[in-house]
Design a protein around this ligand. Structure first.
Ligand code: AMP
Ligand code: GLY
Length: 420
């Protein structure tokens, strides 16, 4: 099979890496790819949003299967266009991708089908929103409705913060012109439950947890994610069964009923609250960086798995039993301003999975080329061992403009210690 992977981050590098382990795959093309993927794939400099060029490239090259990483390509309807042209593609249609691109669509569906989530109301008028928020009181969550690259959510701790956020979202058009979903603020550990979905059929992956804040102790600004791990000892088998049977399967069925069946990865961003497991959000794609710790554990053939899901057939899915843990190396200053072009040395010495998130090659050497630069994943019998392994391997990497968190997995490790 010739496989085309769309995207340029660590998530897509992990997908390419998994595909490279498949005996069915003869050639991998990444568009646009990155310097790390270039070791395993041919990188074609076509943007992930240039759907027409991607399609004509895939047709000319006689690509057998296309796998879509980023939400932006999905929201543009890349899957619909490829399928109209008779091409096999892994990902949801534009209509199904609304589960991520429109928070109101997702919330309405959850309410209609009794899928547990935070209480909410939707507003486009600033005064009405403010009145509602004042009545509910803080803490309260405000979400700009539309694709905002993860920056559209404010967890307001008091009325001043809430009012400022509503002004940004509804008066100043800071994010564009749209609506705001106002939500009850839930409390509890969060986890990412990604499932392969094909219509009503739902196949769960191992459960992962992301770390959004920039610094140790979950302090500092929100980022795209600073590290992740699997599994979560505080999420029991019973919790997983609940999440599957009361959340993920009902959502897949709901989307079939609504005429927009889902095909691809349905990502449940869930929270284990005192009132049970509830949905924070759904995404229509693999999570980043969760994918970088989940796919290294997949032992079955991912090319066959993607094809089976895309065709509506039953896939074979098998996992390595070990724990996985991975840490982001980010440019100093990220998620604020940062510089690019710092030389990265000694990567070849790292005895763990190295996924490139934002690098390029300059004068024959890897250099930093983004906010999040590298992702290092280790597998081990315990999470503590995986954490120690990643930490030791990161020390080998020489670069003067990177920082990382040292406490990825802390919720799980604290939990394990407390159980002793
Ligand atoms: P999102 O961009 O939708 O992933 O949201 C970013 C973060 O905001 C989530 O990871 C949660 O930590 C937090 N969040 C979103 N919705 C809620 C909610 N209803 N209650 C508490 N925290 C929330
Ligand atoms: N890690 C969160 C996301 O991919 O949206």
């Amino acid at each position: 099979m010739k496989v085309l992977v769309i995207g340029s981050g660590g998530r897509e590098h992990a997908i390419v890496d998994a595909l490279s382990r498949s005996e069915k795959v003869s050639k991998i093309i990444a568009a646009p790819g990155n310097a790390g993927m270039a070791e395993l794939a041919v990188c074609e400099s076509i943007k992930d949003t240039d759907v027409d060029r991607l399609l004509s490239y895939a047709k000319n090259e006689r690509v057998d299967l296309t796998v879509v990483g980023p939400e932006a390509s999905l929201a543009l309807g890349i899957v619909d266009k490829f399928e109209e042209a008779g091409m096999l593609i892994f990902g949801p249609s534009k209509a199904a991708a609304q589960i991520e691109s429109s928070k109101e669509f997702a919330k309405d569906l959850m309410q209609k089908y009794n899928i547990p989530t935070a209480a909410y109301a939707v507003f486009s008028d600033y005064e009405e929103a403010l009145m509602y928020v004042a009545k509910q009181g803080a803490p309260i969550v405000l979400k700009y409705d539309g694709l905002a690259a993860g920056k559209g959510v404010v967890v307001a701790q008091d009325m001043v913060e809430a009012t400022d956020a509503l002004k940004d979202m509804l008066l100043d058009d800071k994010y564009g012109h749209g609506k705001v979903v106002v939500e009850e603020c839930m409390v509890g550990p969060e986890f990412s439950f990604m499932c392969f979905v094909s219509g009503e059929a739902v196949y769960p992956m191992v459960v992962a947890q992301d770390h959004k804040r920039a610094y140790d102790g979950d302090k500092g600004p929100n980022t795209g994610g600073m590290g992740a791990y699997t599994e979560l000892p505080f999420i029991t088998e019973e919790d997983k069964a609940y999440a599957l049977n009361e959340i993920m399967i009902p959502m897949a069925k709901a989307m079939v009923k609504e005429g927009c069946p889902f095909k691809g990865v349905l990502y449940g961003g869930l929270m284990k609250t005192a009132q049970g497991i509830k949905v924070i959000e759904f995404n229509a794609r693999f999570g980043d960086p969760e994918t970088e710790v989940v796919l290294p554990r997949l032992t079955s053939d991912i090319a066959e798995l993607f094809s089976a899901i895309a065709k509506g057939e039953t896939p074979i899915i098998e996992w390595d039993n070990r724990a996985s843990l991975g840490v982001v190396l980010a440019s100093l200053g990220y998620p604020g301003d940062y510089t690019k072009g710092a030389t990265i040395e000694n990567l070849e010495a790292v005895d763990a999975k190295v996924y490139h998130m934002g690098t390029t090659i300059h004068e024959g050497k890897y250099v930093t080329n983004g906010g999040r630069v590298l992702f290092i994943t280790a597998l081990a019998d315990t999470l503590q061992e995986a954490q120690a392994k990643v930490s030791a391997e990161i020390k080998k990497i020489e670069c003067n403009n990177l920082f990382h968190r040292n406490d990825i997995g802390w919720q799980a490790i604290d939990f394990i210690e407390s159980e002793k």
